[in-house]
Design a binder for this molecule. Structure first.
Ligand SMILES: [Ca+2]
Ligand SMILES: [Ca+2]
Length: 224
């Protein structure tokens, strides 16, 4: 491929990218835990923002920096999340090693103050994280993730039914007696939606795109 073709391809991709931007939904929330928490985020118990010892693919996470203890209850929480639009999906990468059946993790969504296990949301059918029934830990309830079948992956939850609400979301862990395992960590938390009315590119955008392409064609012909 010569330089002309590479430049043309790059410009074309950029123009097409611009033209298709309005049809994509903006994230409602994103957190990769690499540069601090926002004012509406907090952690409790042994959960901490990633330092040496809790990483996924080498980048900072939220969760256990070094294992967990007896009868521990820990969580990361986001408050004042306005859920809007349709097809609202919450997803995150996780890495976990917790005692199967006895220790657990799950996600609670509701209005503040949360009252778990009220409001536990279930993963989608295609989620890497799936709940099972285990030892009934007071805050988690009997339904939670135990990491024995899928210790790493991408978790996904569908929050579409809560569109129009402003909610708190708690990502909570609880143990019984301690068997020293590495615990739970999460990263790349994304809440996305499809906007209520998806914008269509203006006719002028197409006109400008056409002009740009015609210009490119001209300048290439002149150089020959
Ligand atoms: Ca990260
Ligand atoms: Ca345990």
């Amino acid at each position: 491929m010569n330089a002309n073709k590479i430049t043309l391809t790059a410009i074309l991709s950029a123009l097409l990218g611009l033209a298709s931007l309005p049809s994509h939904g903006a994230p409602l929330f994103f957190q990769d835990f690499d540069s601090g928490l926002g004012a509406n985020e907090s952690s409790y118990g042994a959960f901490a923002l990633g330092t040496a010892g809790n990483t996924i693919n080498g980048s900072a996470t939220m969760g256990h920096p070094g294992g967990y203890g007896n009868y521990e209850y820990s969580y990361y929480q986001i408050d004042n999340v306005a859920l809007t639009g349709t097809k609202i999906l919450l997803s995150f990468d996780y890495s976990a090693y917790i005692e199967p059946y006895w220790d657990g993790f799950n996600v609670v969504v509701g209005t503040d103050p949360l009252n778990p296990p009220e409001g536990v949301v279930s993963p989608t059918a295609s989620s890497g994280m799936q709940y099972s029934v285990g030892y009934n830990l007071s805050s988690l309830g009997p339904v939670h993730f135990d990491s024995s079948l899928n210790p790493t992956g991408k978790a996904e939850f569908d929050l579409s039914a809560l569109s129009g609400s402003t909610v708190s979301i708690r990502f909570q862990f609880q143990s019984d007696i301690s068997i020293s395992n590495s615990g739970f960590n999460m990263d790349n938390l994304l809440i996305s939606n499809e906007p209520v009315s998806s914008a269509v590119p203006e006719p002028t955008s197409f006109a400008l795109l056409g002009l740009g392409l015609a210009g490119l064609g001209l300048s290439r012909r002149k150089r020959r």
